[in-house]
Write a protein that binds this ligand. Structure first.
Ligand SMILES: C[S@@+](CC[C@H](N)C(=O)[O-])C[C@H]1O[C@@H](n2cnc3c(N)ncnc32)[C@H](O)[C@@H]1O
Length: 264
């Protein structure tokens, strides 16, 4: 039987892994976090826990650390257990791993919510001059490709295609006019300043109070962090960003809770 990563036209996630390692290795917190990640991912490859069993089904199709995937898993448990209304949205799917983890979690929780999966499905667009680490970031332009057919096939194989809607195109073109209604969990994994900025500008107001926003790249890409910090400052958002690992952060949106029952 084939494993999920086999046969992909685009299985190589990044073009210059050694340059990335050299660039990041200067930061001792990144080195320490990477060592911890190796240990934790080793554990999740053998552990009988519910999360680990889901993780094993997607791990070859994701660049997200297991700490960040666990963050998504917990976010879904959080909104479902509190009956918090809203869909689930992924901005930045690449080969579909983190989105599929969310779909598997929803199925495990028997929660019928729509999962929106947004991407170019043609790889990373170029960063812009607004990204402080533009020269390094630009090495990744065109990488992280997962075609729509590949991602759809993954969902089909895992048996979780039913409540999924794919939104293909640049966030700047698709998100401001999307039909996405209220959101319970928003996962932003778009790497660049302009990408993260448009996700927040288009979708933050759709996240219900007490919904969860997970930011994959806050500690990793300077443009992503800048977009988040600017947006929070403009909006006067005081809620603390909580740390998942070196890169990932999440926020529980402040405000009164709307239960699914109230929203009906
Ligand atoms: C790091 S990858 C996502 C990784 C994925 N969540 C996983 O599980 O491996 C970033 C993705 O964001 C997408 N992306 C970034 N900026 C975008 C934009 N402006 N419009 C559409 N997609 C974008 C890229 O195409 C790429 O697939």
């Amino acid at each position: 039987m084939s494993t999920p990563g086999e046969g992909l036209s685009s299985a190589q996630p990044i073009r210059h892994p050694w340059r990335e390692v050299l660039h990041r290795a200067r930061d001792p917190r990144f080195v320490a976090d990477s060592a911890l990640r190796v240990v934790m991912e080793g554990w999740d490859r053998v552990s009988p826990s519910e999360f680990s069993r889901l993780y094993r089904q997607v791990r070859t199709r994701t660049m997200c650390s297991n700490a960040r995937l666990r963050g998504l898993y917990r976010a879904l448990h959080y909104v479902v257990s509190r009956d918090i209304a809203g869909d689930v949205v992924e901005c930045g799917a690449a080969q579909g791993g983190s989105a599929a983890l969310m779909a598997l979690t929803l199925r495990q929780l028997e929660s019928r919510r729509k999962l929106w999966v947004c991407d170019t499905f043609e790889g990373l667009p170029a960063p812009s001059s607004a990204d402080p680490d533009f020269e390094f970031a630009d090495l990744f332009t065109g990488t992280c490709i997962g075609t729509l057919n590949e991602v759809r096939a993954l969902f089909q194989r895992l048996g979780v295609l039913e409540d999924v809607e794919f939104v293909k195109g640049l966030f700047q073109e698709t998100l401001p006019v999307s039909r996405i209604p209220q959101i319970a969990v928003l996962h932003i994994d778009g790497d660049w300043y302009e990408s993260v900025k448009v996700c927040l500008e288009s979708l933050y107001d759709k996240v219900v109070p007490d919904g969860v926003i997970q930011l994959d790249d806050y500690g990793y890409w300077k443009g992503a962090r800048k977009a988040v910090d600017e947006f929070f400052e403009q909006r006067g958002i005081q809620a603390p960003l909580k740390r998942l690992d070196y890169s990932g952060r999440f926020l529980i949106k402040p405000g009164p809770i709307t239960s699914a029952a109230e929203a009906r």
